[in-house]
Ligand binder design. Structure first.
Ligand code: TYC
Length: 104
């Protein structure tokens, strides 16, 4: 009991609860030489709910520039969707790749 009086709490080491925004992630469509343009547009439609005009524009941007940001969202959603899209392509025998990276 006598010992308890000697207990010192060092308040400097207590951390303030910080509410930080979860980091957002980009899903990036990567160009390749083999996946048909129509297939890319179909994947954008079925995985990301992107309509044909926007799908065409995004596909052509990746085709010309090498890559194109498709969507910015939470990490788990970005990773799931990029895997779904890559898996669809793999099943169809195309090398289409999508990657994710944290937004600045
Ligand atoms: N470059 C492909 C072709 O000419 C089409 C393509 C576009 C593939 C965009 C992937 O992310 C991509 N058939």
């Amino acid at each position: 009991m006598a010992d308890q009086k000697d207990t010192v709490v060092d308040r400097k080491t207590q951390t303030k609860p910080k509410l930080e925004r979860p980091k957002l992630y980009k899903v990036i469509l990567l160009n390749d030489d083999y996946t048909p343009r129509e297939f890319v547009i179909m994947v954008l439609q079925s995985v990301f709910n992107i309509g044909p005009e926007t799908g065409y524009r995004l596909m052509m941007t990746a085709h010309k520039m090498g890559s194109c940001v498709i969507v910015v969202c939470a990490k788990d959603i970005a990773e799931t969707k990029s895997k779904q899209a890559t898996d669809l392509a793999k099943e169809a025998g195309f090398p289409l790749m999508l990657s994710t990276e944290p937004e600045e």
